[in-house]
Design a protein around this ligand. Sequence first.
Ligand code: PLP
Length: 479
Amino acid sequence: MEVRKLRAMAPLLDSYISYLDDGNQPFTTPGHKQRAKLLDPDLGRVVDLDVPLYGGLDEIKLTRGLLEQAEGLAAQCWGADWLRFSTGGSTHANQAIIFSLGKPGDKVAITRTTHRSVLTALVLAGLEPIWMVPEIDAATGVPIGIPLREVERVLLEDPIALILTEPGYLGTLSDLPVLIEAAHKKGIPVIIDAAWGGHFGFHPSLPPHPMQLNADAFVTSIHKALPGYSASAIAVARTNLLDHARLEQGFESTHTTSPGGAALASIDGVRALMQLRGPELIENLLANVNNFRDRLTSEFGNDILLRPEDFAAGRFDPVKLILRANMLGADGIDIEKDLISSNIRVEMADRDTLIFEVTIADDSSTLTKLADVLIPILRKHLGRSRNSATALSWTITPQRGVSLREAYFGKSELVEATNAIGRVSVDLVAPYPPGVAVLAPGEIITQEILNGLLESKAEGTRIAYATDHTLTHFRVLAK
Ligand SMILES: Cc1ncc(COP(=O)(O)O)c(C=O)c1O
């Protein structure tokens, strides 16, 4: 039976189940001792299946070496020579890898679409960004990755690493082989935040994973595109251009010392599942996604979902379902409200865009249900189509005031929007999507930026990360 086979291939998953079955009597953490139901049944439902790594999956002294064994199996699976399991999400995995690069004051070339976890990691590590701006697809308004000329431009400034986000939040990818080659010609490593690309490389119709493309390191969330436990992630590297000891130090100095066994066992189990049945499960997923696409496009036209054909071959994740509410003349937030009333939750919704995260845990019944509920809602909200309102993020040329680190640790104050002009932003401010920062910490707030942000907001774009997201006030460096 497949379930038993999976357990035999996944030492941490096996140990997790054995621990629960064997009736242990712990005098260790966690304090619930898998007996919280005796204190309160509801609390018990939440915590009693929680088994720690130390004293649970393995002995307190890790004498059985099960984590190392499971990480070794995963390293083989992804073709890496260093791989660690994180219970702190891609947020922590990004930190771990960024901590292993260089020293405070060094510069890294980094995409402007970077997730804030990477930015925070740069602040903590004392690295300074040299920003790269993505190219935007004129037809869809979607960022389609960093062009080679942008990488060639920043390489002239001698960064110690190239840091990319691939795929982007909307499923698009840069032309990675040429970017990786350009960085390697300069002898610098390429780090890829592939938080949303955990399924890549497991089917010929999906993009390859970063190790297959010769990248030096990547992180991915096992709980996003793969069926892992919340906040489970892997940090993965090859050590030609990266240092094994520094990677280990970066990981250990930022990870919890009490990792939850469920996250670890789920990474192990998901890796085994993908090795055992990945191609077959993804084949089914692709078929279900294509049926869903056919139903929606036959009703509302080809433009209402982003399609692989909208982009260069291999530059879009074919299982990504992105609904373009603007093409229907509908407000994505209204659509989301109606979906929530039908007990359907979406990954992201703003005025123009809704993201439905689908994975191998979906099947024809979940996607049929989504289409059955969604189609009447979309009919109800049909209006006059409009262009996507995302232009601001790539028309801005950032003006550096102080370093990222100085801004982050500096004394700050909230000032009214009009008084913020000419001042140094302490916040990252990014219209979402595309999530491209209009302001990064340390950059100067100009009249053009303020006007642009206010206009985007008035058009209904969500302005992410700003302390005051109404944009009445801005958090700036105190004088
Ligand atoms: C590109 C990117 N990187 C990193 C993260 C952080 O991932 P996690 O939630 O697993 O910590 C996210 C989360 O959405 C993300 O979109």
